[in-house]
Design a protein around this ligand. Structure first.
Ligand SMILES: Cc1cc2nc3c(=O)[nH]c(=O)nc-3n(C[C@H](O)[C@H](O)[C@H](O)COP(=O)(O)OP(=O)(O)OC[C@H]3O[C@@H](n4cnc5c(N)ncnc54)[C@H](O)[C@@H]3O)c2cc1C
Length: 495
């Protein structure tokens, strides 16, 4: 095990993609076995020292940033075994998502979760229940986790396999590797009626024990090993970037494509429209993308990027079906781009990537930070939420883009302040968007988690009672509250 204490050795571990400042720690520990992790945690517990788990630090909400105590990095946990027959993989928590994607692809298998950032560690993706564009068809990380090996904050071990232990009457009874019994009282809140949610511990009537740890943001235990479920690699993809002159037409296309996709899945029809991805770009996003892709048509209200799995047999048929759906909804089909081969698909990926790159360049130029939303609302509230976004942003005079996972009613509004006064305005607006999402029965975080940056918003969404229930749950595993302090809720709830 490596132990580092020099500030220059720790520096990289005090920051993540959130830009949250002030991170500090006494020590960085880089263990190689779960037994070494157990020893560290026993020592930390005895001394009352807080411990922060570090993945690849691509998180956007400061979950991996320590404020004192020890950092444990999982970077040496690199085990990787694929069972091609069973379509499963057993991997160490420190394996990178990009390596899972490459390896499964080379074995003719497919791991669907696709958070845009692929340099993250798999332990980090499980701990944040990461998702992304493909979640519209395939769901989030949770849907692919079959087993977790966990070191608990007192140094004991848990091995949880999906389908073995469920809650009853709002309690889960667990037994650790050393035979200790843990009785966990679950929070009584129910998940909001949204397609994606990463706000707070998982809850529900009869939940699988493994789901408590997925999305628990490094607060309940340290994940050391994961069994993943894999799918067969799709034979091919049909995809398109389609432009619309009128927003009304674009929204109607999304509505119909969603309905057709759900219907195909319910009826197991593989030659009907069944999108894996439905993504949105507003008119402002197209202006940014045009800086990198000058061929992007002018004067459009927005664009949709869609993707669907194909086979040689159904490819032509599906192309026809998408074409007529688009024409029926007045898409600018002649100016749109479609792809079925790898080269054209790559161009589509570059088009999508051009937006964050251009936005980031602008932010760097203004020496400011981007203020980005991650809320999702129920189906029937989506159109009004989008209107609210646009009205408020247009009134504000701020530069902004709205884009993202429209198939899941989950858009990101990125505000791009040019100076400190605009930054204040953007933060104020962010608060308005949070309040509106909560009022509409939505969630304050659909995919990035709560971490330290958004705990105040979780407080607004949940209220004191439910945060107390979450703290009780945490204390069942971590009676001294040493692990991931400040993630999800303020440490004062642990007193
Ligand atoms: C450009 C960009 C785009 C992104 N796009 C998406 C997206 O589309 N969808 C999406 O869902 N997310 C997205 N993310 C954020 C996403 O949450 C992270 O990329 C990833 O899931 C975190 O993995 P990590 O290894 O970097 O974890 P870290 O950032 O290091 O940690 C995240 C949290 O997990 C905990 N943790 C880490 N490892 C473990 C472990 N082994 N056991 C227990 N707890 C652990 C940490 O303590 C922390 O609380 C994006 C991030 C960036 C920078």
């Amino acid at each position: 095990m490596q132990v580092k204490t020099q500030i220059d050795e720790l520096q990289d571990y005090l920051v993540d993609a959130s830009n949250l400042s002030g991170g500090n720690a006494q020590k960085l520990l880089i263990p190689e076995t779960k037994e070494e992790i157990s020893e560290i945690l026993k020592d930390a517990n005895e001394k009352g020292i807080q411990v922060t788990i570090s993945g690849a630090r691509t998180g956007t909400v400061g979950g991996a940033i320590p404020f004192g105590g020890y950092i444990i990095s999982l970077e040496k946990f690199k085990k990787f075994k694929v069972d091609k027959e069973k379509k499963t993989a057993t991997i160490g928590a420190g394996v990178l998502l990009t390596d899972v994607q490459k390896r499964t692809d080379s074995e003719n298998l497919f791991y669907p979760p696709d958070p845009t950032e692929w340099s993250c560690q798999m332990g980090g993706t499980v701990s944040t229940n990461a998702s992304g564009a493909r979640s519209f068809k395939y769901g989030a990380t949770r849907d692919y986790v079959e087993r977790l090996e966990i070191v608990l904050p007192d140094g004991d071990f848990l091995n949880l396999r999906r389908g073995e232990i469920f809650s009853e009457n709002n309690f889960i009874e667990l037994e650790t590797e050393q035979g200790n019994k843990i009785s966990v009282k679950l929070p009584t809140y129910r998940q909001p009626d949204v397609r994606k949610n990463t706000s707070g511990y998982f809850s529900g009537d009869k939940i699988d024990a493994i789901d408590l740890f997925i999305g628990s943001e490094g607060t309940l235990g340290i994940i050391t090993e994961i069994d993943l479920k894999l799918l067969s690699k799709p034979k091919g993809f049909l995809s398109g970037i389609v432009f619309f002159q009128k927003e009304k037409d674009l929204l109607n296309l999304v509505k119909e494509a969603r309905e057709k996709s759900f219907e195909s899945r319910n009826n197991n029809q593989n030659s009907e429209i069944d999108a894996t991805v439905i993504e949105y770009f507003d008119d402002q996003s197209l202006n940014f993308i045009r800086e990198k892709f000058p061929e992007t048509p002018e004067n459009m209200a927005g664009a949709i990027f869609f993707e669907q799995e194909t086979t040689e047999e159904n490819e032509d048929d599906l192309f026809e079906k998408w074409n007529s759906l688009l024409e029926d909804n007045n898409a600018e089909v002649d100016q749109s781009w479609f792809a079925i081969n790898e080269q054209d698909l790559e161009k589509m990926r570059e088009f999508r990537h051009a937006l964050p790159v251009s936005v980031n360049e602008r932010i760097v130029k203004y020496k400011q930070r981007k203020v980005g939303t991650d809320m999702a609302v129920p189906d029937d509230k989506f159109a009004s939420f989008l209107r609210f976004y646009k009205n408020k942003l247009n009134e504000s005079g701020l530069d902004y883009v709205i884009f993202g996972h429209i198939g899941d009613n989950h858009l990101h509004a990125n505000m791009i302040p040019k100076n400190d006064a605009e930054m204040t305005k953007a933060r104020h607006l962010y608060g308005r968007f949070i309040a509106q999402a909560i009022m509409l029965g939505g969630t304050v975080s659909a995919e990035h988690g709560i971490g330290k940056l958004k705990s105040k918003y979780l407080y607004v969404m949940m209220g004191e009672r439910y945060l107390n229930e979450m703290a009780e749950l945490k204390k069942a595993f971590d009676r001294n509250g040493i692990l991931g302090r400040g993630n999800m809720f303020d440490a004062k709830f642990l007193n």
